[in-house]
Design a protein around this ligand. Sequence first.
Ligand SMILES: *Cc1c(COP(=O)(O)O)cnc(C)c1O
Length: 392
Amino acid sequence: MSFDLASRLAERRAAHLFRQRPLLQSPQSPLVWVDGCQLLAFCSNDYLGLASHPEVIRALQQGAEQWGVGGGASHLVIGHSTPHHELEEALAEFTGRPRALLFSTGYMANLAAVTALVGQGDTVLEDRINHASLLDAGLLSGARFSRYLHNDAASLGSRLEKATGNTLVVTDGVFSMDGDLADLPALCAQARSRDAWVMVDDAHGFGPLGANGGGIVEHFGLGADDVQVLVGTLGKAFGTAGAFVAGSEELIETLIQFSRPYIYTTSQPPALACATLKSLELLRTEHWRREHLDKLIARFRQGAAEIGLQLMESPTPIQPILIGDSARALQLSELLKARGLLVGAIRPPTVPAGSARLRVTLSAAHSETQLEQLLEALAECWPLLPAEAAHG
Ligand SMILES: *Cc1c(COP(=O)(O)O)cnc(C)c1O
């Protein structure tokens, strides 16, 4: 008996699913150096252009001067410092929830929230294309786990009828690989009629969506009675790192007391919380970033439709071009790269089989000229893509 890793890797290569990490040799920005080439990138989640903002960098530097580098210990021991606490208070105020709790990553925040709320005898219902961290959290919880059809309140309703124990409905706010919005008004109404709670992971909605960047709940005007558990991540539009869960006093205290992914880990560096306090201020107040981004989104959709590309129902900076076949998605990505553009091909298992795509993401840091460069390159490359094989 042995671990036959070589043939697992060979199979993955043969299926055009082998993944390679591009080596980034410059800071986050529309223009990047990757593997020795300068490229115009449309694949970062830095939607508002805050990851390399001079004031955010300065806040991190000053935070390190004042608070040192390491968090030192877990929050419950001696790792919960003043910047963490101030950031939690600012995030609670920002989300209009009584309290917020800071985590080092979104993956951990999701594991923490789901596993603290449901267990054996309970039920967790998730959108079938939820982020992997939400699906993993559901499985880890030990609750009855079922996935409903994408964004389908009727499909959720039929599962709610069979639910037992405490029932948690879990959805992405903005779906990370499709860019569409969860139909929260309909999903929350279904949940309420069955006394289920709703948890929304709005990793991609905070920043771009809502009048003040408050994400999908601000967009739809939903309060803590509709969405009891609200998760945001800080590594995307906030441009820093970490995540938070916002909700009632009792929810947050429950996570502090019972949530293993919260209790048994070192706090994030306090200087990072200083940086996020600054980026939160910029995200809320610099409305021009959202306005410029909305203009870029509208222009991209119009230009892409003229080329004949298949877009998805997305009003967000995530604008996937649906290709289908993994090999063809890679080919289009390579053709663009040869013209100086970086757009990632997203393949199964990140997306369902047969739905490989180029995941174009737009940022407030892109200029209109850079967007035109992308559209011109797509217009050139799209006709060069070989036709799909009959059984590709
Ligand atoms: C990125 C992402 C996460 C994970 O957040 P990290 O802070 O990167 O661990 C969770 N949920 C969704 C929907 C995401 O897109």
